[in-house]
Design a protein around this ligand. Structure first.
Ligand code: PMP
Length: 400
């Protein structure tokens, strides 16, 4: 009965790793997936994660019972506090409905399904370009999508005017997806003044912001600084949705730890929203897994672990920033034609190099360097040892 099933293409991002794994070259380099690597090129389990896990194992009373449909309540509370701030009036007034989710992707999907069922205008505007999975999550979740201008390839920066024009032209009440910080794939974020302009347009049109927050702490190294945009939108008293992922900032990728927050105008509304989120989750996967959220909760609630986490997080962010400088310097040394300032200016895990598809193919073929075809490279996958190889490849690709 399945004879007519067609072979599906590889995922454009995860497929990069599949191709990398098949390559026997000793000099191969995977800059496709946004996962942090140490200077030695190894995955990193944070020390605070190991300590939290040891604490959990030592707690004799722990069991493997099902969690509530909305997950670990302590985790939910602390997760909301992390993004909205410890003094958030929205939290104090119980205006926030928070549910544990299967990392950022799961949170986005729950948000989409909730909007499809309960929001009068389930149409979302996505930045152009955006993380490749957004285009699939929202339509499959019942929310149709349209693009808004975001990145300007000429300046390799934000097309601020274009973005505002498109938001103004979008219907009143439309949902607007915003990357909270460290925009993926471009690494281009609005300045604080630009966020203010964006907020004014969105609020003046009663549009509904949906923040995707996958990199809190990774952009600047400061959890609070990276929450700036979200907090400014919550401070004005309006509604918004926020998906959170702990994949990158706690290195909990495979544990699938995340949350969806829906900030409402009052406590009774938040309570009703929470009840409806349960109806979305129950038939999808019934309840979320225990282990990862327990690790995150342990780190978020223990002052000592929390402090150590911020130090480790800053260490990761700083190593990425140092890779930016090393790559920039290596391109300067080689006299690679073009302006490479954006390697320094862009924020977060990725550099949107500006290399085109055929240059990317050349680098993979001749230098065994793997990246997405849009020219995005994960700075977190680089090390001092591999920068010269990448710079050689980029130089050769540009010189032609
Ligand atoms: N949103 C963005 C912008 C991302 O870059 C990612 C991770 N690549 C996610 C969401 C979700 O990732 P996860 O499901 O692993 O938390």
């Amino acid at each position: 009965v399945f004879e007519n099933v067609q072979q599906a293409p590889e995922d454009p991002i995860l497929g990069v790793t599949v191709a990398y794994n098949k390559d026997p070259s000793p000099s191969k380099l995977n800059l496709g997936v946004g996962a942090y690597r140490t200077e030695e090129g190894k995955p990193l389990v944070l020390d605070v994660v190991k300590r939290a896990e040891q604490q959990l194992v030592a707690e004799k009373s722990r069991n493997k019972e099902y969690q509530a449909i909305t997950g670990n309540q302590q985790f939910n509370k602390l997760s909301a506090r992390l993004i909205l701030g410890p003094d958030s009036p929205a939290i104090a007034k119980n205006c926030v409905a928070t549910v544990q989710a299967l990392s950022g992707t799961g949170a986005l999907r729950i948000g989409a399904e909730f909007l499809a069922a309960h929001y009068a205008k389930p149409q979302i505007f996505l930045p152009m370009p955006t993380w490749g999975n957004h285009n699939k999550i929202f339509p499959l979740g019942g929310v149709s999508q349209k693009p808004y201008r975001y990145y300007d390839p000429k300046t390799r920066g934000l097309d601020y005017e274009g973005m505002l024009e498109d938001l103004k032209a979008a219907p009143d009440g439309a949902v607007i997806l915003l990357h909270a910080c460290a925009h993926n794939p471009t690494g281009v974020d609005p300045t604080e003044e630009q966020w203010e302009g964006i907020r004014k347009v969105i609020r003046s049109k009663n549009q509904l912001p949906f923040f995707d927050c996958a990199y809190q702490g990774f952009a600047s190294g400061s959890l609070d600084k990276d929450a700036y945009a979200v907090r400014s939108f919550v401070a004005d008293g309006g509604e918004c949705l926020i998906s959170q992922s702990f994949a990158k900032n706690m290195g909990l990728y495979g544990e699938r730890v995340g949350a969806l927050n829906i900030v409402c105008r009052s406590a009774p509304v938040a309570s009703r929203v929470d009840s409806q989120l349960k109806l979305v989750i129950r038939p999808m996967y019934s309840s979320p897994p225990v282990h990862g959220a327990a690790i995150a909760a342990a780190i978020l609630e223990d002052g000592n672990l929390f402090k150590n986490w911020t130090v480790e997080l800053k260490g990761m962010a700083d190593r990425i920033i140092s890779m930016r400088h090393q790559l920039y310097d290596a391109l300067q040394e080689r006299g690679t034609p073009g302006d490479w300032d954006h390697v320094l200016k862009q924020i977060g895990m990725f550099t949107f190099t500006g290399l085109n598809k055929s240059q990317v193919e050349f680098m993979t073929r001749e230098y065994h360097i793997y990246m997405t075809s849009d020219g995005r490279i994960s700075m977190a996958g680089l090390s001092s040892r591999t920068v010269p190889h990448l710079a050689d490849a980029m130089h050769a690709a540009v010189v032609g």
